[in-house]
Design a protein around this ligand. Structure first.
Ligand code: NAD
Ligand code: TYD
Length: 351
C-alpha cells in the first residue's frame, strides 16, 4: 500500500510543531513533510525530539514561491495538506500589513493552486488552520459560532479572513476537498516570546515590567496548544468536506486577570513573596483597533466529532509555566537569536 504523504506547512512554528509531533508519532504509515520557510517564528529546534524518525522530513520552502512550491508538488505525490504557515502576530501586522497579505493571502493561494493542480484531490484534502479573530470582536455577551459573519479588524485577522474565503472559493469553484477550523488563543510550550503568555513569563522571571495594553480588560479564550493539535487530528480525519469547525477552550480571561494569575503562580514557583510579581504590571498604550472580546461556541465540534479540551486550565497553565522555566536554553536561544543557527548546524551541514 502506498504511504500517504501529508504536508504540514508552518511545522516549525508554535502550533505546527505540536501538530507535526502528534502526526509523526501517531501515524507511522504517513510520511509527514514539514514545509517551512523558517521565518523569525520558525524554530527547527522545536522538533529535535522527532527529527530522526523515518516518517518525518523537512522541506525548506516559502509558500509564496510559486515555482518552488509547484516543483515540490510535482516531485511528491501529496495526499493532503494541513496548512498552518502564516504570519501570526497582530502587533507585527499593524507595523507591516503587506507582509501579512503576502504570506497569508498569496501564500495560501499558491498552496491551494499547487494542491489543485498536482495533489491527490480524489483522496486527500486541504485543511486550512485559521483563527477566531476573523469573526471580529464580541461585547460582554455572546459566542462566535460558525455562522457569525466575518468582521475582521486587524491586518492579521483580515488576511486570515481573506485566506479562509479563498479556501472556500476553491471548494465551490473547483470542488477542491477542503476543511477549515477557526481556533481561539493557544497557550503552551514552544511559543515565540512576543506573544502574551511567554512574554510575561520571561519578564516576570527577569523582573522586567509587564506591559499590559490599555486597561487589561480585553478578554480572550485560551486553549492548550496540544488540545488544538488533537482537534486538528480529529477534523482532518473526520470533518465533513467543505465544513468549518470552531475550536475553543471555554476558558475566558481578561488580560489583567490572566497576568495576575501568572504573577501569583510564579511568585510561588520562584519562592517570591506573595504579590511581588504583580508590582511589575505596567499599563501601556493600547493596541490600535484592539478587539475587546473573543469567545467560542465549539458545540459543533463536540456534537459532530466528539472533541473536547482534555485538561483543565489550572493544570495546563501551571505545566506551561514549568516548561518555560525548565527549558532555559530554548528561551535563551530564541531571545539571543541562536535558534536561527539550528538549521545550518543540523541540516545544511548534512547536504
Ligand atoms: P507561528 O508564528 O508560531 O508559526 C508560523 C510558522 O509559519 C513558522 O514556523 C514560520 O517559519 C512559518 N512561515 C511563515 N511564513 C512562511 C512562508 N512564507 N512559507 C513557509 N513557512 C512560513 O504561528 P502559530 O501561532 O503556530 O500559528 C499557526 C497557524 O495557526 C496560523 O495560521 C495562525 O493564524 C493559526 N492560529 C494561531 C493561533 C494562536 O493562538 N497562536 C490561534 C488560532 C489560529
Ligand atoms: P497576543 O498573544 O498577541 O494574541 P492575540 O492578539 O492574537 O489575541 O495577545 C493576547 C492579548 O494580550 C491581546 O488582547 C493583547 C494583549 N497583550 C498585552 O496586553 N501585552 C502584550 O505585551 C501582548 C503581547 C499582548
Amino acid at each position: 500500500m502506498n504511504r500517504k504523504k501529508i504536508v504540514i506547512t508552518g511545522g516549525a512554528g508554535f502550533i505546527g510543531n505540536h501538530v507535526v509531533r502528534l502526526f509523526v508519532n501517531k501515524y507511522q504509515d504517513y510520511d509527514i513533510i514539514n514545509l517551512d520557510k523558517l521565518t523569525y517564528a520558525g524554530n527547527l529546534e522545536n522538533l529535535n525530539d522527532i527529527e530522526q524518525k523515518e516518517n518525518y522530513s523537512f522541506a525548506h520552502l516559502d509558500i509564496c514561491d510559486e515555482e518552488a512550491i509547484n516543483a515540490f508538488f510535482k516531485q511528491n505525490h501529496i495526499h493532503s495538506v494541513i496548512h498552518l504557515a502564516a504570519e501570526s502576530h497582530v502587533d507585527r501586522s499593524i507595523t507591516n500589513p503587506l507582509e501579512f497579505v503576502k504570506t497569508n493571502v498569496l501564500g495560501t493561494c499558491v498552496m491551494l493552486n499547487a494542491f489543485k493542480n498536482f495533489g491527490d484531490v480524489a483522496n486527500g484534502r486541504f485543511y486550512h488552520v485559521s483563527t477566531d479573530e476573523v469573526y471580529g470582536e464580541l461585547g460582554d455577551e455572546g459566542l462566535f459560532t460558525e455562522e457569525t459573519p466575518y468582521t475582521p479588524h486587524s491586518p492579521y485577522s483580515s488576511s486570515k479572513a481573506s485566506s479562509d474565503h479563498f479556501v472556500r472559493a476553491y471548494h465551490d469553484t473547483y470542488k477542491l476537498p477542503i476543511v477549515i477550523s477557526n481556533c481561539s488563543n493557544n497557550y503552551g510550550s514552544h511559543q515565540f516570546p512576543e506573544k502574551l503568555i511567554p512574554l510575561m513569563i520571561n519578564n516576570i522571571k527577569d523582573n522586567k515590567p509587564l506591559p499590559v495594553y490599555g486597561k487589561g480588560d480585553n478578554v480572550r479564550d485560551w486553549l492548550w496548544v496540544e488540545d488544538h493539535a488533537r482537534a486538528i487530528d480529529v477534523i482532518f480525519h473526520s470533518g465533513a468536506d467543505g465544513e468549518t469547525y470552531n475550536i475553543g477552550g471555554n476558558n475566558e480571561w481578561s488580560n489583567l486577570d490572566l497576568v495576575y494569575k501568572l504573577c501569583d503562580l510564579m511568585d510561588d514557583k520562584l519562592n517570591r513573596a506573595a504579590g511581588e510579581s504583580r508590582k511589575l504590571v505596567t499599563f501601556v498604550t493600547d493596541r490600535a483597533g484592539h478587539d475587546f472580546r473573543y469567545a467560542i461556541d465549539a458545540s459543533k465540534l463536540k456534537n459532530d466529532l466528539g472533541w473536547e479540551p482534555s485538561i483543565q486550565f489550572d493544570e495546563g497553565f501551571s505545566n506551561t509555566i514549568d516548561w518555560y522555566l525548565t527549558n532555559h536554553s530554548w528561551l535563551n536561544n530564541v531571545l539571543n537569536g541562536e535558534y536561527k543557527q539550528y538549521y545550518t548546524k543540523m541540516y545544511e551541514s548534512k547536504h
